[in-house]
Design a protein around this ligand. Structure first.
Ligand code: LER
Ligand code: MN
Length: 280
C-alpha cells in the first residue's frame, strides 16, 4: 500500500487525433493500452496532450479514465503547434485568433475531463514571428484565457521554456514578471525540471520563489538530458523535499523522451519518483 501523498505522479500522453508523434509524450499503444499501462505501473493520473478535442470522443475518454482509475492531471497544449500550426504569437493575425479559440476549447475540454490545469509551453510561439507587440499580445491572450478558466474553476500554467525552443520567458523570474503584467490570479507557472536545469542559476530557489508567490500550478519532470528521472544528474529527492516544504499539492508530470522506449522510460520515472518521495 502506498502512503497517501499530496504530491501526485502523472505521465504525459498524446490523444489519438494528434497527427504527429509528440517527442515528449510517454505511453504507447492504443488509448486503452496507454491508460492501462499507466494505471498498472502506479501513476495517479495522465497529462492529456490533445490538438483538437472536437476530433475526440470525449465521453469515451472519460469512461476510459474512470475505468483505469486515473485522474486527468492536466491538459497540455504541447501537441497543438506540431499538429495544426496554431500558436499564440503566429505572424498571421488570423492564425493567432484561431490559436486563442483553440486554447479556449482546450480549457473547456479540461473542464469536461476534470483536469485542474491547462499548460502553455511551446504553444505560445515566438515573439520574433509576430514582432512588435508580441509580449502584449501574449499577455492579453492569456488574461482572457485565465478569465475563462476561472469561470470553470480551472487554472492556466505558463511554462518557462529553454532559450533553444522559445524566445520569451525562459526563467521563473521572467515568468513571475510576466504574471504581474497579466494580473490574473488564475494564471500561474509550470516549472519543467529539464528547462529549469538549463536556465536557472540555482537548483531549488526557483521552486521556492514560485511557491512563496503562491503561483506554482504544475511541474513537468525530465532529467537534465530529458531522459527519465534517475538517468541523469538532477536530484529529484531534493526537489520533492523542497516542493513539500513549500506546500505543493499538485502533480509531477513526466514529459520526457521515450528512450530507450516509452514503456521503460515511464516505468523508470514512476520507480525513481516513488523512491524520491519515500514511498517505495
Ligand atoms: C517543450 O520542451 C515542453 O517542455 C513543453 O511542455 C512545452 O509545450
Ligand atoms: Mn514541459
Amino acid at each position: 500500500m502506498r502512503l497517501e501523498s499530496a504530491i501526485k505522479l502523472s505521465l504525459a500522453m498524446q490523444t489519438p487525433e494528434v497527427k504527429h508523434a509528440v517527442p515528449v509524450a510517454l505511453l504507447s499503444g492504443t488509448l486503452t493500452e496507454k491508460l492501462s499501462k499507466a494505471a498498472v505501473w502506479g501513476a495517479d493520473g495522465v497529462e492529456i496532450m490533445s490538438s483538437d478535442p472536437d476530433a475526440l470522443d470525449v465521453p469515451a475518454l472519460k469512461r476510459s479514465l474512470a475505468d483505469a482509475r486515473l485522474a486527468a492531471a492536466a491538459v497540455g497544449t504541447g501537441a497543438v503547434a506540431g499538429s495544426t500550426g496554431l500558436t499564440l504569437l503566429h505572424a498571421d493575425a488570423e492564425v493567432r485568433r484561431q490559436a486563442r479559440m483553440r486554447l479556449y476549447r482546450l480549457i473547456q475540454f479540461a473542464d469536461q475531463v476534470g483536469a485542474p490545469v491547462v499548460t502553455i509551453g511551446a504553444f505560445r510561439g515566438r515573439a520574433a514571428w509576430m514582432g512588435e507587440g508580441a509580449e502584449g499580445e501574449l499577455a492579453d491572450g492569456l488574461r482572457a484565457a485565465a478569465e475563462l478558466a476561472a469561470g470553470y474553476g480551472l487554472r492556466l500554467a505558463l511554462e518557462p521554456v529553454n532559450r533553444y525552443e522559445v524566445d520569451l520567458i525562459h526563467t521563473v523570474d521572467e515568468g513571475l514578471d510576466f504574471l504581474r503584467r497579466v494580473g490574473h490570479d488564475s494564471l500561474g507557472l509550470l516549472i519543467d525540471t529539464f528547462h529549469a536545469n538549463i536556465e536557472e542559476s540555482d537548483r531549488l530557489d526557483p521552486y521556492r520563489r514560485v511557491l512563496e508567490a503562491g503561483r506554482l500550478f504544475h511541474v513537468h519532470l525530465g532529467d537534465n538530458n530529458r531522459l527519465a528521472p534517475g538517468w541523469g544528474v538532477i536530484d529529484f529527492r531534493a526537489i520533492v523535499a523542497c516542493l513539500r516544504r513549500g506546500g505543493y499539492q499538485g502533480y509531477l508530470s513526466a514529459e520526457l523522451l521515450p528512450r530507450p522506449d516509452p514503456d521503460a522510460a515511464a516505468q523508470q520515472t514512476l520507480r525513481h519518483m516513488r523512491e524520491a518521495m519515500g514511498e517505495e
